[in-house]
Structures are given as C-alpha cells and as structure tokens.
Design a protein around this ligand. Structure first.
Ligand SMILES: *Cc1c(COP(=O)(O)O)cnc(C)c1O
Length: 394
C-alpha cells in the first residue's frame, strides 16, 4: 500500500498554499515532481554555476552511471541497453531512423499511434519506397491481434506498438502483438511514453526490441529527459543514423568505431542536471514500488470513470479492455478547451488532447478533442471529488 500522506508531503506542488488548493490531473502531460527531483536538479545547477559544467559533471560520474542502473531496474533491462535522451520522441526516432528500409518494405503503426511516430513513418516511407499501414482496432478499441496476425508477412520490417495512447485510458496488448510481429521477423518498437511510471514495465516479459519513454510524465522527472531501451542482442546490429564523438570513437584518419552498448544512440552533450533529476525520479518510484503506484493510479482513475458518467452530458471516451490512469471525456455543448479553462479558474489542472495528436483513432471515432484527466498517486480522493463536482457545475 502506498502511504498517501508521505507521497503528498514529498510533493511540493500538492501544497500550493493557495485557496482553493491545486487539483492536479495532468500527469499524462507534465507531472509534479517529488522534492528530491527538484532538489537534485537545482543543486546541480548551483554547482555548475560555482565550478563550471565539466567539473560539476565529473564530480557526479557515479551518480550519472546510476541513472541507467535505476532505469534498468525499473524496466528489467541491463543498463548497457539504455540510451538517455531529451524526450520520448527523440528516443523513438533515434531507433526508428536507424532501421534500414528499402522499397516494398512495410511499416505497421497502431490505430492509437502518436502523431510524431506516424509523421516519421510517413517521411521515411516517402524517402525509401516503403509503405505505412495501420493495424485496425477491435470492437473494444484495443489493437486487433487477429487483424495484425492476418496483416503481417516477411516484408513487415517494423511494427510500432502504442502501449498507452496520449488521449485516453486504453492499454494495448503489447506482449501479444510483439509475439505476432516476431513470427515474421519484424522488429517491435514500443511507445511506452504514457505507460512508463504508471504501469509496471518488464521488457523481458514484453519481449519488445526497443522501447521509448519520457521523463516528465508518469515518472515525474524533469522536462527534457527521456530514454530508449534496445534489446541487447540487437544493439550491435544497428548503426545509428547519426553519430558523434560519444556514440562513436574516431580511431584513425579514415576510421571510426561505434560504441558497443546502447550509448551509440546518445550524443555527448546533455542536460546533466536533468539526467540526475531523472535518476532521482526513477529511484523515488522504485522506493514507492511500481505495483503500489500502479494500484494507486488505477484506483483514482476508476473513481473518475465511475463518477464522471453520472453527470448528465458527460461522456467518458476511454476504449479498450484494460485501462490506464488517463481518463478522457467530453461535455455536451462545451468545447474541451472551454472545459479546461473553466476548471483552471478553480485551480484544477486538466489538459485537452486534440485530434491531431492521435489522428487515426480520433477521426475514426468522430472526435475533435477530449478533456484529459490523469491523476497520479499524489492526488487525494477529496481532490478527485472536488474535480467531479466542478465538472458537474459547468
Ligand atoms: C507525450 C507522448 C509522446 C512524446 O513524448 P515527448 O517526451 O514529448 O517526446 C509520445 N508518445 C505518447 C503516447 C505520448 O503521450
């Protein structure tokens, strides 16, 4: 069980001091970090100002290495299979743009896929003569495994599986989809941006070839952080599309050698304070326990999924069978942006997910936008009820 009082006391944003207090429901966008993350980042920025960024980083080499160790523990992977970056999209693209594609190759994307992934897939298809096809969803709204099985053949080089979409509570059957993709030798790149930090993630169990995630959402890390996992047996087989003097070494006038581990997907320069903050965020989550956090998030999301539909005119838009901590809804006669702004006047933070972020899914359901409420474990049930009452009063 999670100690809610402790988690709230650890979160400076929970005690805003203003009246009415904050009801923070945007952990799917950019969450509230625990104090240890804030302190870690600020302390390092101060140290950089005192002695310069190079010396400050050299003083923290062990702690920097520990960031990957912590992430490895979180997702059950070796630290050497993790590459740090500045966002989930960067990590996704670092892997995706490094996969060789030729004319006739097929890329499959999920119906719930994220705009940035779909755009990259279309760009590469145009450049290489590959095609981009969508995996349909089944009647529940989740990725249709039978349709995927019927769709795959040896020309499928990469399957983009979207674990938890940005616009609602769906959790796709990632492990099952991966088994089907592997049956024809296709690689699976899992977008775990919205699942990492709220659902326990085990890459060995999922068996995906690569996974991308961000720091600022459910992990509660700093902005400008993210990471890529690449299956260890695959790392050396894939030469990144772009290299620098960190991802490779200049070994002779006409020679370079690419790093043996996943750091081949990293560039040298980085936000050191942000990385240390990400490490602190992951360690904090490990301390709380992934299962405990998941249960707390699920209980809060379930509370909203029960209460919101009881309000006349409110429709919860979540699809699928298994649900995540993202609850999306619409209010009859009110634009999602207006809902967000009216709630903001009462210090309640929700966000709007527009059709352009998940175009296939949203247009398929005739939705232009949804209001997104994403409660993390630090949100109290009283706060959830205040939010529900505020929606009812709109
Ligand atoms: C937010 C999000 C991303 C992008 O994450 P960045 O860190 O902003 O690059 C990718 N996929 C999904 C499903 C997301 O919700």
């Amino acid at each position: 069980m999670l100690d809610e009082d402790r988690v709230r006391a650890d979160t400076p944003g929970c005690a805003s001091g203003s009246e009415p207090g904050v009801v923070f429901l945007d952990s799917a966008g950019s969450s509230l970090p625990p104090r240890v993350v804030l302190d870690t980042v600020i302390d390092h920025l101060r140290r950089e100002a005192e002695v310069g960024g190079y010396r400050a980083a050299n003083e923290r080499l062990d702690d920097l290495a520990a960031v990957k160790t912590a992430i490895g523990t979180l997702i059950n992977a070796a630290p050497s299979s993790i590459a740090l970056s500045d966002s989930a999209t960067r990590s996704w693209a670092d892997f995706f743009y490094s996969i060789p594609l030729t004319a006739g190759d097929r890329i499959l994307i999920s119906e719930a896929d994220y705009a940035s992934n779909a755009i990259a897939a279309m760009q590469r298809a145009r450049a290489t003569g590959a095609t981009v096809e969508r995996i349909p969803s089944d009647s529940s709204g989740q990725l249709d495994l039978d349709a995927l099985a019927a769709l795959v053949d040896e020309r499928v080089k990469l399957v983009s599986v979207l674990h938890v979409p940005t616009n609602g509570g769906l959790v796709n059957p990632a492990a099952e989809a991966t088994r089907i993709a592997h049956s024809v030798g296709a690689l699976v790149l899992l977008d775990a941006c919205q699942s990492t930090g709220q659902l326990p993630i085990d890459v060995a169990e999922l068996d995906v070839d690569a996974l991308s995630a961000t720091g600022r959402k459910w992990l509660r890390g700093p902005r400008g952080t993210g990471f890529l996992y690449v299956r260890p047996e695959l790392v050396e087989a894939i030469e990144p599309a772009r290299l620098d003097l960190h991802s490779a070494a200049w070994t002779g006038p006409d020679e370079y050698q690419v790093a043996a581990d996943a750091s081949r997907f990293e560039f040298w320069e980085c936000d050191v304070a942000g990385r240390l903050g990400l490490g602190a965020a992951v360690r904090y989550l490990l301390e709380l326990g992934q299962e405990n956090v998941y249960n707390a998030v699920a209980a809060r999301a379930e509370h909203l999924r029960k209460a919101l539909p009881e309000i006349p005119g409110v429709t919860v838009r979540d699809i699928g069978i298994r649900h995540s901590g993202i609850v999306s809804f619409t209010v009859d006669g009110l634009d999602s942006v207006a809902v967000r702004d009216l709630l903001a006047e009462q210090n309640i933070t929700v966000t709007v997910s527009h059709a352009g972020s998940t175009l296939l899914d949203m247009t398929g359901r005739g939705l232009k936008s949804v209001v997104r409420a994403a409660p993390h474990c630090f949100v109290s049930f009283d706060e959830l009820d205040r939010f529900v009452a505020a929606v009812a009063a709109l």
